[in-house]
Design a protein around this ligand. Structure first.
Ligand code: PEP
Length: 251
């Protein structure tokens, strides 16, 4: 059967990168993407908001996509320090990560907040990458699939389609720890996510589901080959052009 879901390899730079090193990284990744000339996969970097515009400039003509790490639900207004989806779009972004576990933990974001942000992304013409994932305590209590279902039902807006949604499964305990679930565990989580999305959307066969959590050059091929995995969301390893490109190559 022909593959209908084009893999997406997305880098989340988090709060890393000043102008000089951020631009150098973006240029190296863009050069690698351009040289590879991939038509069968998409490569995205999500730098901090301060660098979105410059990275988008550096990526022009290379095929490298640029996204934001977060957005506010409102388009504009009295929200000091926040960045709207419209601003990200204006700066050259095409995607935005919403509901990353660090936002949920550090900023108390709830599923309802994440859902409003995903709707804001749509309003601005951005593709939201909605992040969900269980904590270690939830996994140890055998609650992983229930937690994922609750987060999906609360975070995915009505009206979602495969063209308007990417979901990233990121076990909280795997982010930045060097630990990963086994490939059968990843496959089971992704199969459940697709099933729940099917109930919400009618047909979720074409929705791209990314795995995130300690993906590196060395484990990417195995994790990306797990059932229902259509790409990866990468934190630490996206800060090294060679390693990030090696993951993209493995897709
Ligand atoms: C992330 O922050 O989304 C992430 C997956 O981080 P890391 O790859 O460093 O685990």
């Amino acid at each position: 059967m022909a593959r209908t879901r084009r893999p997406l390899i997305a880098g989340n730079w988090k709060m890393n990168g000043l102008k000089a090193d951020g631009l150098a990284l973006a240029k190296d990744v863009a050069a690698g993407v351009k040289q590879a000339g991939w038509f069968d996969r998409e490569v995205l970097v999500c730098p901090p908001a301060t660098l979105v515009m410059a990275v988008a400039e550096a990526a022009k003509g290379s095929g490298l996509l640029v996204g934001g790490e977060d957005c506010h639900a409102k388009a504009s207004g009295a929200h000091t320090g926040d960045v709207s989806a419209e601003m990200l779009r204006d700066a050259g972004a095409s995607h935005v990560i919403v509901g990353h576990s660090e936002r949920r933990t550090d900023h108390g974001e709830t599923d309802a907040t994440v859902r409003a942000k995903a709707e804001a992304a749509w309003r601005a013409g951005l593709l939201p990458i909605v992040c969900i994932g269980e904590t270690l305590a939830e996994r140890e209590a055998d609650r992983t699939l229930t937690v994922l279902e609750t987060q999906l039902k609360g975070s995915v807006p009505a009206g979602a389609t495969a063209a308007k949604l990417v979901v990233a499964y990121e076990p909280v305990w795997a982010i930045g720890t060097g630990k990963t679930p086994t490939t059968p565990e990843v496959a089971a989580a992704h199969a459940h996510i697709r099933k729940v999305l099917g109930g919400l959307m009618g047909d979720a066969a074409a929705v791209r589901l990314l795995y995130g959590g300690s993906v590196k050059g060395g484990n990417a091929a195995e994790l990306l080959a797990a059932g229902d995995v259509d790409g990866a969301l990468i934190g630490g390893a996206s800060l090294k052009a060679d390693e990030f490109l090696a993951i993209a190559k493995a897709a």
